[in-house]
Design a protein around this ligand. Sequence first.
Ligand code: HEM
Length: 263
Amino acid sequence: MSDLIEGYLGKTVERKKSRVPAKLDYIQSATGLILGLFMWGHMLLVSSILLGEDVMYTVTKLLEASFIIDGGSPILVSIAALVIFIIFITHAAMGMRKLPGSFKQYQVMKAHANNMGHEDTKLWFTQAFTGFAMFFLGSIHLYIIMTNSDAIGPYASSDRIWSEWMWPLYILLLLAVEFHGTIGLYRLAVKWGWFDGDDPKAARAKLKTWKKILTYFFLILGFLTLAAYMKIGMDNAAAGKVGERYQPSAQVIEYKINSGRVA
Ligand code: HEM
């Protein structure tokens, strides 16, 4: 009954407003923080290809827990991707509440933001646009990774990116995720006052500088990484080696020693 009254009047019988929106805001912040920090780690791991194919291979095997399971187990990566997928969808659902529901609402919000001339308010539009794009692009990536976790590695990833046409999607996803992630973490820090100290205004200026540095850093790292995978994928395609799995240098040398070809 009280739900019914609140549904019509927007207030409970005790004349209180629901706490649900505040709780949903909290869930949005918490899932955003997890995803933002996860993406920094993810980009550093994926960029291991820049240090060489052997390094990326080692990182992949470590994430498959090869130190306890002989040869590693890709199912662990599928489980991690599923957990991230659930957090990702929860975060998107919480974000959707804030999107304008009609063109009229959009016009009102736009006019309000322009009228205020407040940079941080305008950032909201970037968040809404990149978030919307990520919902589609990120879902495709996560589903493919979740169902093909045994095909991650220096050659398998490069073939997916080049020969299976993932590179256009990754360009768009990379742009969306880097802007969305750093703006999101900046807005979280401002909203909850994590680094305010004695002078919140000065803290905000510093956070803005960090936002810029981190956006550039991860964008440059991301595009260099993508270029490295594309180059390997192109070379594999030219050599007719698409679908072949990478053999770490140590194993190749061992094989050659055993077959008596290398002393
Ligand atoms: C546990 C979850 C995840 C795993 C295991 C994972 C794994 C990977 C792997 C192995 C690559 C290299 C390319 C490939 O093999 O296809 C990659 C690239 C990429 N991932 Fe993820 N990913 C995860 C979650 C996410 C999420 C949530 C996003 C953003 C919504 C994302 C965005 C990207 C982007 C933009 C690239 C291209 C990076 C570049 O080339 O610079 N990933 N991911």
